[in-house]
Design a protein around this ligand. Structure first.
Ligand SMILES: Cc1ncc(COP(=O)(O)O)c(C=O)c1O
Length: 422
């Protein structure tokens, strides 16, 4: 007799990324020559975690009483203030409308958004290429995930498809929750331009007149885009009071402390009474899931955000880390162009995606050569139809974890496998 509830039977135990990464690590330990482009953490040229020294110092200097004690359920007020000040620097109206709770990473923030802005059985809406845990988070919360075609025929974000998706959700479920991961989208590497953000804001504004529309911006890679990270906020500012704006803020990548599990869900709610309601609901969700976050982690990140000297040192170290990532991105773009690989516009960030038919087969062929990449299938049957000459799948490459010297061999291996006959 199986006691596990039927809907949870047959759930996969292992995340495919972590199992591929484990295998690559084991092979490397046996002395095989391996290029592991699976895992989304920034590694240095020697394959060690690239850790911002000032962030490590802030963690080390947290007193033991801070690590030992419980944090307030919604997170310490200093942390929440520091996150809101950081995110909305130069945006006083958004700051005034903001309410936040601490979450274990951006993952926790996305979880709270799904659970509080959709009823059970309703669906969130995201791009046809998306970070796979979105679906897991929806499953876990008894919600669903729907997608819209991410790219148009010119390879730009298809704001028209987003608009139609929101309209459909409003019609069917009388509310809509759109999730956009920007900048440096995982898995495609795409960062939206100013014009694309403007088109997204127009669509939200138009649809928000017909019912409750919530936009969740998953800004896990906030500080890794090529442009001013806060520039997009000016497009969203006019939406305050018309739509609900949510931001899944994460310290994981910004401060290179993935295991610290520090993040926040920030909501911009124009109406005072509704904002108080949202604050209570989010705090209740914290109590009903993880109870409270890691107090020591919150203290370390608060200091990194609020102490001007620490913040400055961290920013300088991050720029260095970004420059080394940028060198890999430039090497990738140049070689990929020479070898005729098809991929979305890639200006920086942890990942890029190369379009490929039969991605599982291709990833397997690369694995046989000791090159580990992640096969991807788009959510919609049309696939990447918007991309000129696009294929039905893709291979995700985590350049963040590939040494500069391995980028060219990696692209060459990709080109060879993609050119091989079926
Ligand atoms: C697109 C995206 N969103 C959110 C996250 C959340 O990360 P964390 O929970 O560590 O903040 C990640 C991490 O890989 C991600 O790639």
């Amino acid at each position: 007799m199986i006691h596990l509830i039927p809907s949870h039977q047959g759930r996969p135990a292992d995340d495919p990324i972590f199992s591929l990464h484990k295998e690559a690590t084991q092979r490397r330990a046996r002395g095989d020559r391996v290029v592991d482009a699976t895992i989304g953490v920034l590694l240095d040229e020697d394959g060690a975690l690239a850790i911002l020294p000032t962030a490590a110092r802030a963690v080390r200097e947290v007193p033991s009483a801070e690590w030992a004690a419980y944090a307030p359920i919604a997170g310490s007020p200093e942390f929440l203030r520091a996150v809101v000040d950081d995110l909305f620097e130069g945006e006083p109206e958004m700051k005034r409308a903001a309410v936040a709770v601490a979450t274990p990473g951006g993952t926790g923030a996305i979880r709270h958004a799904i659970a509080n802005f959709l009823e059970p059985g309703q669906a969130a809406l995201t791009t046809s290429w998306y970070w796979a845990p979105y679906r897991t988070l929806c499953d876990e919360a008894d919600r669903k995930l729907e997608t819209f075609e991410m790219f148009d025929a010119q390879g730009r974000l298809d704001a028209g498809a987003l608009d139609a998706g929101i309209a459909r959700q409003l019609k069917v479920q009388r509310r809509a929750l759109a999730v956009l991961n920007d900048p440096a989208h995982n898995p495609t590497g795409y960062s939206m331009s100013d014009d694309e953000w403007s088109a997204v804001a127009d669509a939200i504004a138009r649809r928000a007149a017909d019912g409750p529309v919530t936009l969740l911006v998953d800004c896990a890679y906030f500080l890794y885009g090529a442009r001013d990270p806060r520039a997009f906020l000016r497009h969203l500012r006019p939406l305050v009071g018309r739509a609900t704006l949510l931001f899944a803020w994460s310290a994981s990548k910004s401060f290179t402390h993935y295991g610290l599990r520090v993040g926040a869900l920030v909501a911009c709610v124009g109406d005072d009474a509704e904002r108080a309601m949202v604050r209570s609901a989010l705090s209740y969700s914290c109590r009903g899931t993880w109870s409270n976050c890691n107090r020591g982690g919150l203290a370390a990140i608060t200091r990194l955000l609020a102490d001007p000297e620490m913040a400055r040192a961290c920013a300088a170290e991050r720029e260095q880390a970004k420059a080394s990532l940028r060198a890999r991105v430039d090497a990738f773009n140049a070689r990929a162009r020479d070898r005729g690989l098809r991929h979305p516009r890639y200006e920086g960030g942890f990942f890029v995606t190369v379009f490929a038919d039969r991605p599982h087969e291709k990833a397997e062929a690369m694995r046989a050569q000791g090159v580990y990449v992640l096969p991807q299938l788009p959510a919609s049957p049309a696939g990447a139809a918007g991309i000129p000459g696009a294929a039905r799948g893709a291979l995700r490459i985590a350049l963040c974890s590939v040494a500069d010297r391995d980028v060219t061999p990696l692209v060459d291996a990709l080109a060879a496998v993609l050119a091989a006959p079926a």
